[in-house]
Design a protein around this ligand. Structure first.
Ligand code: IPE
Ligand code: IPE
Ligand code: MG
Length: 246
């Protein structure tokens, strides 16, 4: 194709993609430089800010980021506290910019184990940005797919026991509605940085038919251009959803 031809129509999903990211590799990035792990997390948070700002250009409407897993409590108190305060700082510092850029922020995961002050801050930013619709940023905080499914199952069981729901009405759609992600479409694409090829308990139900891309880039080196390259690769794939295409 020569450059003077009009660009072909973009695929229908362009501009409306849901991309979920397992942001991994902050610790190794810092270690490679002889720095404390938290320096890597801090750099990682800067990458988040850049990526969120680039979403409209990248055609991403929903961006879901794995920030802290239900398994991450196993880390040292110093690292856990550092990650929590980094998250709180991100919310406070980015609130005005999110409103300027039309970013609606929501948080998934079990909030009951978070510090009440942080939980309050999460409630605040969700309300503060509730009117925005350009980019939907969802941050998974104390999130685990199995934990989410367990909480959803308990809620379904409670509603059945109390007569609000009939067992035969528990369909796939019902389950989706009881998950933390009830407000989100399923992800089109799940990206994991740092070269690990695991799911690590992320969006187990929701990613049943998502494409996966694993990149060796460590999260603190992951730029909007890294995402652009990945999206180009994704757009070239054929998603069959169990069917056959001729
Ligand atoms: C960031 O990367 C992911 C979080 C849990 C915040 P890591 O902290 O897991 O970095 P690595 O895997 O040790 O390099
Ligand atoms: C996954 O990364 C969780 C987040 C990115 C928040 P981990 O570094 O915790 O995952 P494992 O331990 O390598 O599976
Ligand atoms: Mg890791």
């Amino acid at each position: 194709m020569s450059f003077d031809q009009p660009t072909p129509d973009l695929p229908p999903e362009h501009g409306n993609l849901h991309v979920a990211v397992i942001m991994d590799g902050n610790g190794r990035w810092a270690k490679n430089r002889g720095w404390p792990r938290l320096v890597g997390h801090r750099k990682g948070a800067e990458r988040v800010r850049e990526l969120v700002a680039a979403c409209p250009d990248l055609g991403i409407r929903h961006l879901t980021l794995y920030a802290f897993s239900t398994e991450n409590w196993k880390r040292t108190t110093e690292e856990v506290m550092g990650l929590m305060s980094l998250f709180a700082r991100y919310i406070k510092r980015e609130a005005a910019r999110m409103n300027r850029e039309g970013v609606r922020m929501r948080v998934i995961g079990d909030r009951s184990r978070l510090d009440p002050k942080l939980a309050g801050l999460i409630d605040w930013i969700e309300q503060e940005t509730a009117g925005n619709d350009t980019v939907h940023l969802t941050v998974a905080m104390n999130y685990g797919g199995r934990d989410e499914l367990s909480r959803a199952t308990r809620a379904i069981a409670r509603d059945v026991a109390e007569g609000r729901l009939a067992p035969e009405d528990v369909t796939e759609a019902t389950i989706s509605d009881y998950l933390d992600t009830s407000f989100l479409p399923d992800p089109d694409l799940v990206v994991r940085s740092s070269g690990e090829t695991r799911v690590s308990n992320f969006l187990l139900w929701q990613a049943a038919y998502s494409e996966y891309v694993f990149t060796p880039v460590l999260w603190p080196d992951f730029t909007p251009d890294t995402m652009r390259t990945i999206l180009d690769k994704f757009q070239a794939r054929e998603r069959r959803f169990g069917g056959v295409t001729v």
